[in-house]
Design a protein around this ligand. Structure first.
Ligand code: NAG
Ligand code: NAG
Ligand code: NAG
Ligand code: NAG
Length: 427
């Protein structure tokens, strides 16, 4: 632990030294930054946009919460007078975890975590620009002149939303987006994600501390529940250097309840074992929560029984969902469909992530609502993967320095949504 901590301090100072020697606006130090996030209607991927290159152009990339770094397609249409490729053996290359050298550029293996495929890549640096924020509106734009990323080839884009040129990794990694921004502007290594449930209204990502304010003036940072983040000692990336821990965010779900009644699950599956198997992670590349087969069976059986007690009748599944209901006897509430609650119980009985109808039920047509959880089969690498649908309209804050997650529960309960950040600039 101590050596990890020390290693981290060394890397952070290196990062600070290499990416921010010449801040464009040395007199202005933002306290937080903001990015918009849209939900792509056909792939259900979450896509963010910032400016990159010289001259600056908007770049659309898929948000990969547990991804290690930013990678973009440099083969097609990458034009920039400031693109540079650090030399082999440079500090930038070791920060990036480069694993080889070809023609004096550092090789790195970017992953498309949607399709689980990798490809060749090179470590690169270029200008990245985005808006600062006071937590209420976007403010002046700020620039990181030598943001470290990976140049990938065009073929790795397959399976990503139209118009996207790469993926942005927000994971626990030296050159993850949160680490580079925190180092460049000397703010705390914290970021928060608030995904919109609508494909026509944008959600938001904040780098830095709150406030995180949503119209009509709700600060989602003031009522967070906290739970420790865990490190999976074995990388979950498709390819990685030996001994590298996972960059993904794991939390400690200890039990699951449906309508406040414990569901019988094999608790061995809930912790991460020595091979890095098991546990619960949060992912933005899975559109719906995925449960290991026996957990899926137990949770859905309990849910079906509790629903039946309310005269909610089951109908045939609609792929990818196995458990669907007639909407006839399902009432609606401010927090979505009136269905049994699902609680992910965390470090103790009093700390749980409650999933209400708005995050559990997916309307597949006007007569049918499906439980938005999918069966992950037997022996998946990770037993519970909390997916995008269950995150929507919940603000989740990742505090890397204290290794804890803050979560708001549904903002619908506070009469706002993740689409209510005021994107009108007050710069
Ligand atoms: C910064 O904010 C302005 C005003 O809202 C907006 O037009 C611009 O697209 C934003 N830039 C980025 C990179 O998000
Ligand atoms: C619980 O899960 C572990 C890990 O998959 C497995 O080895 C064990 O046999 C399971 N226990 C029961 C009672 O099914
Ligand atoms: C369910 O339906 C039965 C028969 O129609 C009725 O007697 C009962 O009150 C209903 N229960 C609920 C919880 O609505
Ligand atoms: C959004 O922010 C702008 C700039 O501060 C402000 O003029 C506008 O009134 C805000 N919109 C709402 C609905 O409050």
């Amino acid at each position: 632990m101590a050596s990890l901590q020390l290693q981290h301090i060394i890397f952070t100072s290196l990062l600070l030294f290499f990416i921010s020697p010449c801040l464009a606006q040395p007199s202005f130090r933002p306290r937080a930054l903001v990015l918009p996030v849209s939900k792509d209607a056909s792939t259900l991927q979450y896509v963010t946009t910032f400016n990159q290159r010289t001259p600056l152009v908007p770049v659309n990339v898929v948000v990969d919460l547990g991804g290690r770094y930013l990678w973009v397609d440099c083969d097609r249409g990458y034009v920039s007078s400031t693109l540079r490729r650090p030399r082999c053996g440079s500090a930038e290359c070791s920060l990036a975890g480069a694993n080889g050298c070809g023609g004096n550029v550092c090789s790195i293996g970017p992953d498309n975590t949607v399709t689980n495929s990798g490809g060749p890549g090179e470590v690169a640096q270029d200008v990245v620009s985005l808006n600062s924020t006071d937590g209420r509106n976007p403010g002046r734009s700020v620039t990181v002149p030598r943001f470290i990323f990976a140049c990938a080839t065009t073929s790795i884009l397959q399976g990503l939303a139209t118009g996207v040129v790469g993926m942005a990794g927000f994971g626990r990694y030296n050159i993850g987006l949160p680490q580079q921004f925190a180092a460049a502007f000397s703010f705390r290594r914290k970021f928060a994600v608030c995904l919109s449930s609508s494909t026509s209204a944008r959600g938001v990502i904040f780098f830095g501390d709150g406030p995180y304010v949503f119209l009509p003036g709700v600060d989602a940072s003031d009522s967070l529940t906290f739970t420790p983040l865990f490190i999976n000692p074995i990388s979950t990336a498709p390819s990685f250097p030996l001994g590298e821990p996972s960059a993904e965010y794991f939390i400690g779900v200890k039990s699951i309840k449906v309508n406040e009644k414990a569901v019988p699950v094999n608790t061995t599956l809930l912790s991460i074992n020595r091979e890095g198997v098991g546990g619960t992670k949060i992912s933005t590349v899975n559109p719906y929560t995925v449960l290991e087969a026996s957990i899926f069976k137990a949770v859905t059986e309990a849910f079906i029984n509790e629903a039946a007690a309310r005269n909610i009748s089951r109908v045939a599944g609609v792929a990818p969902f196995e458990v669907c209901f007639s909407s006839r006897n399902i009432g609606s509430t401010r927090l979505g469909a009136a269905v049994p609650w699902i609680d992910l119980v965390l470090q103790n009985e009093d700390v749980f992530w409650r999933i209400f109808g708005a995050n559990s039920m997916v309307e597949v047509n006007s007569d049918v609502l499906c439980l938005g959880f999918v069966n992950g089969g037997a022996n998946p690498r990770t037993s519970i993967v909390i997916g995008g649908y269950q995150l929507e309209n919940n603000l989740v804050q990742f505090d890397l320095a204290s290794s804890r997650l803050g979560f708001s529960s549904t903002l619908l309960g506070r009469q706002t949504t993740c689409a209510n950040f005021n994107f009108t600039s007050n710069a």
